[in-house]
Write a new protein. Structure first.
Length: 313
């Protein structure tokens, strides 16, 4: 049985991560770290106000195996490294870190601890994304040459997620928040990125982070990936298509079940709880039964891309 601590009770933790841990038969919710006692009350479990307080608890030292780090991005690196030093496995929310330097430090801490390090890029576990990878490898579209992913929405920077427009807490705007998922999908499909260029600006909203970003990534074999994300569109878009020399794969919307390829249409819905397969895979990895789909090592390359997109814009 894997005993878990949840660090930070935000929307994703409440809707997906805690239910996922409660549903995973080899996992148990051991406790919660939050400064908001009201958020913890419904779970009727141990609570601590800070990670320091939790890790000082003798019960945590003896019984807790894994920590889910679900705090704002600026806390990911210090809290992940602190958890590794305490001898715990870590599943960290995305993006992994504020910058590439922090990401390298997190990898080093994981290596030194010998513990499992996962990052919450859960779209790698989508059946349609797994199937697309198979089709590309089988030559279904010939040589892949370009992949296009967009995610457009409206976010004015207010509400419970207002911290996302504070660069000191979030690192960046839609580049960090929603482009990171799509960059990771490209890395999953095409391997280690080679070169990056980016354009970031504030076209509509004038908060401190960008309200749009366009990233172009070069991959081995001549594949070019383009990711365009916007927080200033009242027309929602979630597009994903991969074009090759002999055909294309259409997965729009990326979060939907449909996949169209030269062989026809496939209906491949994701799990009802999008985080559950990721949690299941993490437990498998801890038990030595399967490699991590989204490891710290693979997720580092998303931070590598976002840093270059920011500096080369």
């Amino acid at each position: 049985m894997l005993n878990w601590i949840i660090l930070g009770i935000g929307d994703i933790a409440i809707r997906r991560v805690i239910p996922g841990i409660q549903a995973e038969p080899r996992s148990r919710l051991f406790g919660l770290v939050t400064s908001d006692a009201a958020k913890a009350a419904p779970y009727n479990t141990r609570t601590w106000r800070t990670l320091d307080e939790a890790l000082a608890d003798s019960a945590v030292q003896k019984e807790v195996d894994a920590i889910y780090v679900g705090t704002p991005v600026f806390l990911h690196a210090p809290q992940t490294m602190q958890s590794f030093r305490a001898g715990k496995h870590v599943l960290c929310e995305k993006p992994m870190a504020m910058n590439e330097r922090e990401a390298r430090m997190m990898l080093q801490a994981a290596d030194q601890s010998g513990k499992t390090f996962g990052v919450a890029y859960y779209r790698r576990s989508y059946p349609k994304v797994q199937r697309a990878k198979e089709l590309i490898a089988a030559g279904a579209i010939g040589q892949p040459v370009v992949a296009e992913l967009t995610n457009h929405m409206w976010f004015d920077g207010t509400g419970s997620r207002s911290w996302l427009v504070d660069p000191a807490k979030a690192g960046g705007g839609p580049l960090f928040d929603i482009a990171s998922h799509r960059i990771d999908v490209l890395n999953f499909l095409f391997g280690q990125p080679l070169r990056v260029t980016g354009q970031l600006s504030n076209a509509v909203h004038h908060y401190e982070v960008e309200d749009n970003a366009t990233v172009m990534i070069e991959y081995p074999g001549g594949v070019r990936g383009v990711v365009d994300v916007r927080w200033h569109s009242k027309v929602g878009r979630d597009e994903c298509r991969i074009r090759g020399t002999e055909g294309e794969i259409e997965m729009s919307p990326l979060n939907g079940p449909g996949l169209i390829h030269p062989g026809g249409y496939e209906n491949l819905p994701a799990h009802a709880n999008l985080h559950y397969p990721m949690i299941e895979n993490f437990v498998d990895a801890v038990e030595g039964k399967a490699p991590l789909l989204a490891s710290g090592a693979s997720s580092y390359w998303t931070d590598w891309v976002t840093e270059r997109a920011k500096t080369k814009s």
